[in-house]
Structure formats: C-alpha cells, structure tokens
Write a protein that binds this ligand. Structure first.
Ligand SMILES: Nc1nc2c(ncn2[C@@H]2O[C@H](COP(=O)(O)OP(=O)(O)O)[C@@H](O)[C@H]2O)c(=O)[nH]1
Ligand SMILES: [Mg+2]
Length: 366
C-alpha cells in the first residue's frame, strides 16, 4: 500500500541529515531486504519490531522481512512558500501526497551552521512552517468551499457532506487553527475529509534535533517543543541527527557500544520510524513459516480480505478464510502447531477486523 511520511522544516535544521541516516542505516541493516531509494529524496525503510524476531526464532524462519514505511525529504520551505516563493508549489504538492508529516525543528546551538533567522527558536520556526501550510489550505478552501456549497444545493448527499467538512475546516483556518481540528460527523464525512488532502489535516510528529550531548535527555529547546506537542495532542521525539549520521556504516556491535557511551538504548531513527508508524493509525500483522517471517501493514479497522490483499490481490479476490493466531498465543504456546492443538487457531471470515499482532494464514481460491 505504501504509507509515506514527509520530512519538512525550515532550511538547515537537519532534514537531509536525518533522511540520509534513515535510509543509509536501514539499507545497511536490512541486508537481506531489497532496499529501494525510489527517487533521490524518497526512501523506504524497514519498521523495527521485536515481535518479528521472536516469531522468526520460534518458527525457525530463514528470512526476516520487516514491513516498510516510506520517507520523503521535502525541500523548499521558506517564508512565502504558500504564495509560490522558492520551490513553493513543488513543496506543497509534495506534502499533499504524504500521509503524515515529520516536522524537524532545530534545537541545537552551533554558530557554524546558519539559521535562516539567525537564532535558535524552535517554536517560532514551527509557527513559520505551520503558517505557510495554513495559508495554503486557506487559499485552496476559499475557492473550494463556495464551489462545494453550490453543488450541495442540488441535494446531492455526498456534495452536502463535502461542503459541511470543508466549511468547518475553512472556519478553523480563518481563526488561525489547523484543519486537523475538524470533526467529521460520520465515516462518510471522514472519508471525504481525507480525500480533500488538506495539508494541515495530516498528523504531525515533531522531531527535535538536539546537539550530541543532549541526545539522551533533550534540552531546554526540546522541552518547549514537547509542551507544544502535548497541548496539541501531537507527538514529539528527541534525536541528534549528527549522531544518527555517525552511526552510518557502523556494524551492530560498534553501534551498540557507541549508543551506550551516549546513554542511549536504541537509535533515534528507530524511535522516529516507530512514532511515524504510530502516527498513521496502522497495525501490523504477520505471516510466519520456515521460509520467512514477515510483517505487513494495514489501516486500523481493516478486515481480513483487505489484509490478504496486501500480500496479493488474488488472495483478496478469492478470499475464503483466515487462519488466525494472536501473537501472545503463538509465542506463549510455542508456535503454530501448539497453538492449533490448544484450540487457539481461529477460522476467521470476511468480516473479521484484523488485530495488531495477528499471525495469519489465508485460504483463497481463484
Ligand atoms: N551540530 C550539528 N549540526 C547538524 C545537526 N544536524 C544537521 N547539522 C548540520 O546542519 C547543516 C544542515 O543540515 P541539513 O540536514 O542539510 O539541513 P536541511 O536543510 O534541513 O536538509 C549541515 O551542515 C549539517 O551537517 C546536528 O544535530 N548538530
Ligand atoms: Mg535538505
């Protein structure tokens, strides 16, 4: 399906450093996985998940294949981007296409690296970026809302629902608030709202890029970002892009020693990837066998045939049932055969809503 997070932020805050670390480190780590950089600024990375290793060990799988998440390094945000300044239009188009936004904020002091406004102030930086995104949404809605309202007068149900959510979003933006505060009334409005692809409707993760010494505990700048995130119901993580860049090319042992020295338990990248994944309201299910243990991604709320379709469209088309074992049962009982004997292998049909951690095996006929 290909879920993507777009990395945005002002120039010189560490976006490309983070993006390169994400893709290069993962490329080296996932040696048995066909890593792909689709375009120079787009890369897919494996989502770290300890459960997959546990399942593979139990099943004696030869190969481990993590599920993937896409990242896009989106350059070109400057003040005035919403009016086409800099790479404005291209920038906005790139953001429109991603599912979630990773907003990198400069939280490190370093006189050698120029800040566009000659000061380190992540909250003000965040405002600058968010203002551009809100202006762009406002601009597009000022045109779309009257058109939608006109169409709604015909009595068409979908047109009415669209006019309602877009109208709500426009009100919010006029008050200087992001469109993500819009409250769709039902699933239909929710779907139409997503379809509208407003920039400020996308979920946001703030990444505080701090100096090396603050990677473990954050600093005063990142603390302010965390407060902001909390007030907005958004997520934030602390990373040092410089450390992540240093980790490129180290083997697992070197990496662990280096991280320990810095008081870190895992790479910041792992935390960014997982937080990005959480942001998208996704869940993971597994397929496990002697050949490979593999993780797959679907939206929360997806039913069994849709999950089957992630593996192959034939499996969705000819879906019969899904033999399903909960992760805890699979691990607790020690594998598929034992879970089956204990009556923990369930036969689930078309209406089954997939749960995070399900180990699944699809029966299909085409
Ligand atoms: N000291 C320090 N420098 C950094 C850090 N992250 C990025 N930089 C440097 O800041 C400059 C801009 O980084 P870059 O990733 O290209 O920023 P972008 O414009 O947001 O893509 C480069 O010279 C980086 O080496 C960091 O965490 N600490
Ligand atoms: Mg860059």
């Amino acid at each position: 399906m290909g879920f993507r997070c777009g990395i945005v932020g002002l120039p010189n805050v560490g976006k490309s450093t983070l993006f390169n670390a994400l893709t290069e480190t993962q490329a080296a780590q996932a040696a048995n996985y066909p890593f792909c950089t689709i375009e120079p600024n787009v890369g897919n990375v494996g989502v770290p998940d300890a459960r997959l290793d546990t399942l593979a060990k139990i099943a004696g799988s030869q190969k481990i294949i993590p599920t993937q998440l896409g990242f896009v390094d989106i350059a070109g945000l400057v003040r005035g981007a919403s009016k086409g300044e800099g790479l404005g239009n291209q920038f906005l188009g790139n953001i429109r296409e991603v599912d979630a936004i990773i907003h990198v904020l400069r939280c490190f002091e370093n006189d050698d690296i120029q800040h566009v406004d000659n000061r380190v102030d992540p909250l003000s930086d965040a405002d600058t970026v968010e203002t551009e995104l809100m202006l762009a949404d406002l601009d597009s809605l000022e045109k779309r809302v009257p058109a939608a309202a006109k169409k709604a007068t015909s009595g068409d149900k979908e047109a009415k629902a669209m006019a309602s959510v877009l109208g709500q979003a426009l009100e919010l933006l006029r008050e200087g608030k992001p469109a993500r505060l819009t409250q769709p009334k039902d699933d239909e409005e929710e779907r139409l709202f997503r379809q509208a692809q407003l920039l400020t409707a996308k979920p946001v993760l703030y990444v505080c890029n701090v100096e090396e010494e603050s990677a473990a505990s954050g600093n005063a700048h990142s603390a302010r970002v965390f407060e902001k995130a909390k007030a907005e119901g958004a997520e934030a993580v602390v990373v040092s892009a410089a450390i992540e860049a240093d980790l490129i090319g180290m083997d697992t042992e070197e990496r662990l020693a280096f991280l320990e020295e810095l008081g870190l338990h895992e790479t910041g990248l792992n935390r960014v990837i997982r937080a990005g994944y959480d942001l998208l309201h996704l869940l993971t299910f597994f397929t496990v066998g002697p050949k490979e243990a593999r993780a797959w991604t679907v939206h929360q709320g997806a039913k069994a045939p849709e999950a089957a379709g992630e593996i192959h469209s034939d499996m969705q088309r000819g879906f019969i049932r899904a033999e399903t074992i909960a992760y805890d049962d699979f691990v607790g009982l020690g594998g598929e055969a034992a879970a089956r004997d204990a009556g923990k292998l369930r036969q689930e049909g078309k209406e089954y809503v997939v749960k995070d951690g399900d180990v699944m095996h699809f029966k299909f006929n085409v």
